[in-house]
Design a protein around this ligand. Structure first.
Ligand code: FAD
Length: 276
């Protein structure tokens, strides 16, 4: 009797329906986007799918287009593509800047926005952008607001056989993403996304907890400051806004240092989002 590991199979479907059918019908199948998280995980023996479903031949997942006055970004768009796209740069420059700040050129040329959201790494940049800018994740079967999409450490609301097809971003009155990089991994030691929406400010933090989260005390403080006077200066924000209890302590930074960075990044983000 042989004890050899079964060979890893790879399929390259040409459409979303075929990819979902494979995910549904095949045991231990996983979508493969840029491979920047999945392949290292497999190399470390932390995942051992029997079938990889390479999404690279699905053209529908590669488009970037206008979505009303917002943006539609296909899940298979790489970080480099998002950073360089003229429509992204015109409509949501903060997202282009976020994508340009991810890791290094090699990772940006392979890693995708859909892969980053599906992976939901607690220190990744795109989850903060999606949550802070009020994005909606479009899957093969439904639309999921970013508020309901991220459910914890490396976990999302996606079903096992569900594919992210695109991400929709609304038009914002101002937006910014600011990050302090963890120098060894280049992930966010702390990252903060601010979106000034018609319904008020949204602030999302990555790298500060066991998953991306909204910093509601920041949002209320900004809304209060903006309500009191047009063009409120960031330094007038009350000091108690830093009283949010989510920050983690680890070998890279203490919780109190992360809390301090959050205040610094909030002020930077406000200055950038409100710049004329
Ligand atoms: C050295 C290094 C530094 C990095 N630094 C940063 C950083 O600073 N900020 C940051 O945001 N990211 C960072 N990343 C992560 C990188 O941005 C990748 O985007 C991310 O790893 C996943 O994208 P991917 O396309 O490579 O997905 P893959 O690795 O192919 O897939 C990741 C997971 O998502 C699933 N998946 C992929 N696409 C879909 C889809 N369309 N629908 C459903 N499930 C899907 C896969 O099955 C897998 O479980 C870094 C990565 C590396 C290696």
């Amino acid at each position: 009797m042989s004890s050899a590991t079964p060979a890893l199979r790879v399929a390259r479907p040409g459409g979303i329906e075929a990819a979902v059918a494979l995910l549904r019908d095949e045991e231990d199948a996983r979508p493969l986007a840029g491979g920047q998280s999945l392949l290292p995980t497999m190399r470390l023996g932390l995942a051992a799918p029997a079938l990889l479903i390479d999404l690279s031949a699905i053209d529908e997942m590669r488009s970037i287009r206008a979505d009303g006055d917002g943006l539609w970004i296909g899940a298979m768009c790489t970080h480099s593509r998002v950073a360089a796209d003229p429509m992204v740069r015109a409509r949501l420059p903060a997202l282009a800047r976020l994508a340009l700040g991810i890791a290094d050129r090699q990772v940006r040329n392979r890693g995708t926005i859909g892969g980053s959201l599906a992976n939901a790494d607690p220190a990744a940049c795109h989850p903060a952008g999606a949550l802070g800018f009020g994005a909606v994740v479009v899957t093969d079967r439904r639309e999921i607001a970013a508020d309901a999409f991220f459910t914890g450490l490396f976990s999302t609301a996606l079903a096992g056989d569900e594919l992210i097809v695109a991400i929709r971003y609304p038009r914002l009155e101002g937006a910014a993403y600011e990050k302090i990089e963890q120098p060894a991994s280049r992930f966010a030691l702390l990252g903060l996304a601010l979106g000034l929406t018609r319904d008020g400010p949204r602030v999302a933090i990555t790298g500060g907890g066991f998953g991306v989260f909204r910093a509601t005390p920041f949002e209320s403080a900004i809304a209060g400051a903006l309500g009191r006077e047009a063009g409120a200066r960031p330094h007038r924000l009350p000091p108690d806004i830093l009283d949010i209890g989510h920050f983690i302590d680890d070998l890279h930074a203490s919780a109190s240092y992360r809390r301090h960075l959050a205040g610094v990044l909030l002020r930077r983000a406000l200055a950038r989002a409100m710049a004329p």
